[in-house]
Design a protein around this ligand. Sequence first.
Ligand code: GAL
Length: 661
Amino acid sequence: MLYGACYYPEHRDPERWEEDLHLMRQAGLNALRIGEFSWKRMEPAEGAFDFAWLDRFVQLAGNYSIGLVLCPPMRTIPAWLAEKDSNLMIVNEEGVSLEYASRYTFCINHPLLREKSARLAAVMAARYGNSPHVIGWHLDNEIGDEPDCHCPGCKSQWQQWLKAKYGTIRALNHAWGTVFWSLEFDHFGQIPTPRITKADYNPAFLQSWREYRSDCNIEAVRLLAEAVRSQLGDNDQYITTNNQMFWSKRTDYYKMAEHLDIAGTNYYPPYGDRHRVLSFGLAASRSFKKAPFHVYELRNEGHAILGAADNTPAPGELERLTMHTIANGADGVFYFPWKRFPFGSEQNHGALTDFDGKPTRMYAECRRIGERLKTLAPFIAGSQVESDIAVLYDFPSRWHMEHRSAWTGDNGVYERQINMLFLTVRKLGYNCDAVGRTGDFTAYKLLLIPMLPIVDDDLVAKLQHYAEAGGTLVFHPMSGIKNSDACYFPDRLHPNMIRLLGSRTAETATSGPHSPVGFEWEGRQYVGGVFQELVKLETALAMGSFTEQWYKGYPAVTRQWTGKGQTWFIATYAEEAFYTDFITKLCREIGISPILSTSPPEGIEIAMRQQQDGTRYVFVLNGTAETVQMSLPERMTDLWNQEEVQDSFTLKPYQVRVLIE
Ligand code: GAL
C-alpha cells in the first residue's frame, strides 16, 4: 500500500529537503511522485544533463525510506526546445498556433518532441532503473489533456492513419457515406482535420478523428514506456501514469493500459456527498487492468483551477475521501501537492503544508490517516474489489454520443446514464465494476449497458455468448444501432441484436428534459425520458408498458430468455426509483446479495474488498456532516478504529469504519 504525495524538490531550497522528508515520515508517507515538470532542471541545455540534484534527493528520500515514483516529463518542455522549432506548438481548431510559457501547448506527434522526451526518459531510466529508492515510473502527466492539434504534421499523419485503416479512398467514401452533401474524396490528401467549419461534420469523420487522437495519446505512452522499459534492471519498478478522471474521454484507456503495469488516475471530486458523481472513475480505473490501481493526485483543501475551488474540506473529510479511494480499489494514494505553491500558476491550491513548509490542518489529518493505515495495510494488502455486477464502459460509444451530429440532445447523456446505473447499484450496497468491450463479461452475473450505439459482429456475438451461458444483460435505447463508422444498420439494429433482444425497433422517439414519459412495471408507476424506443416484440415478453401520451401501450420493459441467461430491454432512460426497484428484484432473482444484506442509509457508502481466501473487509463511510445510525446483521470488528461494533452503531460526521466479520 503506497501512501504518498506529489512533491516538487526543484521548487525547494535543497537545505529544506530533509525538513520536508522528516515531516513526511512522521505522517507515515512511504512514497513520493516527483519530476513531471522538471525537464529544464534535468536537461538545462540540449543534451547537457544535470542529475546531481536529483541523485542527492533520491539518496535522501532513501534515507527516510520513502520510495520514489519518477516522472519522465513530456508535455512541459524547456524554452531551449521550444525555440528550436516553431512548429512544435499545437495548432488549435481555429488554426491558431498556441503560445509557449504555459503547459501542454506542444504537438505530441512532433518528431522532435518525441525524440527528445523519449531520450530523456531513457537517460533517466538508465540512471535510476536499478535504484533501490525508485519504485516506479509515471509517464508525464495527464497525457491527453491538451487541445486536438491540427498542425500540418498531424494532418498528414491523420491522412496516413486513414489510409492504413481503409486501404483505398473508395472504401473510405463508402464507409463514411461521403456522397452526402457531395463530399466524396478523390485521394487521402484531400481529407482535412475537423477544424472550425460552418455546419456539422459527418459523425463517421469525427468518430475516426477521436479514435485517431486517442491513438496519438496511446502512441505517446507507448514510446515513453518503451524508452523506460528498455533501461530497467531486473527489479520490481513498475510503469504507470495518471489518467484524467471520468470526465475525460480523449483516450481509450483500455487500449492505453496495455502499455502500463499499473493503472493510475487523478481524483478531484467535490467534498460532501457530492463526491459520488465522479466515483465511477474509480471503478473505471480498476477495470483498465482489472486490478487495483493508484490515485496519483487526490485533492485536499481548495482547488487551483478556475471555478473548481469548491468547499474546503471539513475536519474528517480528507480521511473519508482517502478511504473512499482505497475502498474502491486504490492500492496507492498520493495527495496533490505536498506543499502550497508560493509562485507559479497554482498558488491557490490547497496542500498538506503551507507556503513556508509548515504543517497545515490537512497535514494533521494526513498524519492521523497514516497511523491508522499502518495497522490496516497488512490486512488488506493483496485484496481486491470483487463484484457480480458491472456496467459496460465503452469509449467508441461515448465518443459517438458526444458528437453534435450524432445525437442532437444533451451531449452529457452518456456520462449521466452510466452514473445513474452505477450509483444506483452502489447506493443499494453492492460493489459495482466497470468493464470494457474487450473485458471478460463472464466474470459478472449482471451486465448493465447504459447505451452502446457502436457495435461490430464480434461484440454482438460476445454479448450473445454471455447471455447464452447464463449471464443477464440489461440494454437501453441507442444500443446496437450503428456500425464502427457510426452509420445506422438498415433495420435500426445489428441483425443479431434483434435475436438477442427478441424485438425490433420501429422508431426511436425523443423527449425533452421537461416532458418525462410515464411507464408501469410490476404494478408501479415510474417516469423515463430522453429516448422512448417503440418496440415491436418478436419473441420477447413485455414486462411493463408506457402509460402516457401517444406512447401508451408500447412495451417499456421487455425480457427475452437466451440459452441459460436473459436479456432485458428498458425502452427509455428511467428515473432512479425504477432502477432501485428493478436492480433489487433482478439481483434477488439471479442470486446477488448486497455487501451487508441491507441497503445503507442515505449518504453512507459501503464497499468491500476481498482476499483470495474469502476474507471480506467492509468499508463503511459517512459522506455527510450528520451522525448516522446503522445496523449490522452481526457483531463485527472495526479495524480502522480498533473497536468492536455491535449490531447497531453510529457513524459520526465523515467517519470511516473498516469492518471484518
Ligand atoms: C491536475 C494536474 C496537476 C495540477 C492539478 C491542480 O489535473 O495534473 O498538475 O494542475 O490538476 O488541481
